[in-house]
Write a protein that binds this ligand. Sequence first.
Ligand code: NAD
Length: 392
Amino acid sequence: MIVGIPKETYPGERRVALVPKLVPNLIKAGFEVLCQAGAGEAAGYGDEQYQEKGARLLPDREAVFSAAQIVVQVLGVGANDITGDADLALLRPEQTVIGFLRPLGSLEVVERLASTGATAFSLELVPRTTRAQAMDALSSMATISGYKAILAAADALPSIFPMLTTAAGTITPARVLIMGVGVAGLQAIATARRLGGVVSAYDLRPAVKEQVLSLGARFVELPIEAKDAQDARGYGRAQDEAFYARQRDLLARVVGESDVVITAAVVPGRKSPVLVTAEMVRGMARGSVIFDLAAERGGNCELTRAGETIVVDGVTIIGQVNVASGVPHHASQLYARNILSFLLHVVKDGRLELDTQDDIVRETMLTRGGQIVNARVREFFSLPGLAIAPAT
Ligand code: NAD
């Protein structure tokens, strides 16, 4: 089975889907590995490193797509909404593509991907189960993003994080609030604590309280209860507008008392809930910083502009997107491990084994044989049910 690593094309993207260190693992498992020249350059992985580990270098993207049976990407069609569509012309029916594909983004785009006939696996759909943990690329990237958000916020803050007692007086520690305690939020808490901040965290799922406390942060409890806060997969559920309005009222004080607010509250496939209004921003002290990790999904702060950093009444609001790409070396290393685990799971004896009894295969496969075959995605877009394509 021939695996190809094309260079990422999303503007500014610095990650790569497979790192040289893992090439021997694939070769040992019977794969041949092709790499587009320069694919790992921006992440600190040179062409010669891929070659030393046994990958064959190809000069351009077309050559990789044309020779590879499986193409591995970080941001594929859908997830790369700027230049990703160019890959549609390169994909073919007998080919498999694995990467982030934003399956709940746009039906039109997923349909276009399906129409190539390729078998596409979308890593956003990997079940969040213990068995699939090694393939959970969302968690890998969220970990990096949570870390990076704190560093960026600390950098933008005109103060330092830790308490300092010096001959020139005492400096009080930064008060940091994390809203939305998924994987990114947890890493943000841990990183802010390491820098010496006084950290509080809030999530509508009461189940995370224990995790917040175990990281040495305070859990913000509000006198409102979310309805069925957590779905069967562990995700926070969307609430009605009355809940969000009350939530904002109750959060205003704690936001106003914070020097740094990291928002990471996400509901899969939906626009992110607004947790911080313009009025709440006005209630914050000058110099405070908000890093909105939900910027790409509409933002948790009413004023966030995706891809931009703005200053409103002295408060810096960072709406950076694609945050994990800012730590490309380690982000690629983790992502590559996820890809390797996935490849070893779906390819047996040199053949793609599509056992739809297997929840990882069934839940991650997005398109096959010209159709959208994923039940969750079909339901999300209100498409009629479909008997899944038979295993071949
Ligand atoms: P996510 O990025 O989907 O969401 C981040 C957080 O936002 C969630 O905790 C959610 O409850 C919260 N949120 C949503 N709306 C909110 C609101 N109005 N106010 C406050 N908070 C709000 O989360 P994720 O990091 O992808 O994790 C999702 C779930 O998957 C979690 O339960 C996590 O523990 C679980 N998980 C399990 C595994 C595993 O078992 N292998 C691995 C990773 C994650």
